[in-house]
Design a protein. Structure first.
Length: 163
């Protein structure tokens, strides 16, 4: 599916807005769980997505973007959203895995748009945006390792009486 530059930018702005909203939702959930570290990560991810969306809006400049209605987007679910609402029973590790999967979907979406487009600027921007999503996934990978270690230590401490 080949995008024109205005179509691609309209989709990218919508994708980043959805990602920012979803990460803010996850941050609020983690705050309810009392896990401020993971809530902070999600607030950062929300801020990064908002900043990315703002950067895209600046790149738009004078380009007139199509005003797409929900049924006009070329996806059933925005790529950085699994379509499922996060659950309040989700553990911090589940939430991090959830966010990582969303980032990878976003990365794959941008890569696919770049590979399939006949427009050189869409190819360039799609590759650039995909790389940014890959960096987000790598950040989440680091947090996943930390959270697994924390859970393992907490479990180990509980099983040996804290010794």
């Amino acid at each position: 599916m080949s995008y024109t530059l205005p179509e691609f930018l309209a989709h990218a702005i919508a994708l980043e807005k959805e990602a920012a909203d979803r990460y803010l939702e996850l941050a609020e959930m983690m705050e309810e769980f009392g896990n401020r570290d993971v809530a902070g990560v999600f607030r950062d991810m929300s801020r990064f997505s908002k900043m990315h969306g703002d950067d895209i809006a600046v790149r738009v400049g004078g380009i007139e973007l199509p005003r797409l209605r929900s049924w006009e987007y070329r996806w059933e679910t925005p790529p950085e959203s699994s379509g499922d609402k996060p659950s309040f029973i989700m553990t911090p590790l589940n939430a991090l895995d959830y966010a990582r999967a969303n980032e990878l979907r976003g990365m794959n979406y941008y890569r696919s748009a770049a590979e399939q487009s006949a427009d050189a600027e869409v190819r360039r921007l799609g590759g650039e945006f995909a790389d940014e999503e890959a960096r987000h996934a790598a950040t989440l990978d680091q947090w996943i390792v930390k959270e697994r270690s924390r859970v393992k230590l907490a479990h180990h401490g509980a099983s040996d009486g804290g010794l």
